[in-house]
Design a protein around this ligand. Structure first.
Ligand SMILES: C[S@@+](CC[C@H](N)C(=O)[O-])C[C@H]1O[C@@H](n2cnc3c(N)ncnc32)[C@H](O)[C@@H]1O
Length: 209
């Protein structure tokens, strides 16, 4: 953590964070409104998260991350931009999702540049695979979405197979990968991937119903 990240973590964490609990969240109580709520898994340094929330103040954003420097950075961005529609859970996203999100509660999931776990023997650690994709589907409202982006082409192909074969999820782009969504700013990892000429693959699935 840089000194600035530590300071913002110490000053603002209690203001914008939710403790991990084995208890389902009531988003209308957490955010004090009935706006839609989108959950981001693994926001990294959180700059894209802050940009999205700032541009869309009529939605709520809940970020789940384990990387303290990134949490410190996002807290700073929240304060700097005077954003009131972001909350943070510092915890493993798989467990937080299972324990804290109610079935049919969530309007969308953002999963931008999840760790690709490139080596074959590490593929089992990849986030985007069943049964986790089934858990995502269960937490979504009908019509809610999963938006995943990766700069690792083979992980994109893998995710397309996993999401396409998850009951209840339907590809919004039946021919395969999604168009880049115009509202999505570039993330820090994306910038790095682009410098290495990596191909960006986007996937957008909706919960049926
Ligand atoms: C490759 S980085 C991408 C960060 C950011 N989305 C971006 O595009 O710049 C993946 C992030 O996911 C987080 N992460 C990985 N597994 C996680 C988990 N199980 N729960 C919460 N965060 C996780 C890591 O800490 C890391 O910050």
């Amino acid at each position: 953590m840089t000194g600035a990240q530590r300071r913002s973590y110490e000053m603002f964490f209690s203001r914008y964070s939710l403790p991990f609990e084995e208890k389902k969240l009531d988003f209308s109580r957490v955010f004090g409104n009935n706006n839609r709520t989108v959950v981001e898994i693994g926001f990294g340094m959180g700059i894209a998260t802050a940009q999205i929330a700032e541009a869309d103040r009529n939605s709520n954003y809940l970020g789940i991350e384990v990387h303290k420097p990134g949490i410190g950075k996002l807290l700073w961005e929240i304060e700097r931009r005077n954003i009131s529609n972001i909350r943070i859970i510092e915890h493993d996203a798989v467990e937080a999702l299972e324990e804290m999100l109610g079935d049919g509660s969530t309007d969308g999931f953002h999963i931008f540049f999840p760790d690709p776990w490139r080596k074959k023997r590490h593929h089992k650690r990849r986030l985007i695979q069943k049964p986790f994709t089934s858990a995502l589907a269960a937490k979504l409202k009908p019509g809610g979405y999963v938006y995943m982006v990766t700069d690792w082409a083979e992980y994109g192909d893998w995710a397309l197979v996993e999401l396409s074969s998850t009951p209840g999820l339907i590809n919004a782009y039946p021919s395969g990968f999604a168009e880049p969504q115009t509202w999505r700013p570039k993330t820090k990892f994306e910038e790095k991937g682009l410098l290495k000429n990596r191909e960006i693959r986007e996937l957008l699935f909706r919960k049926e119903g």
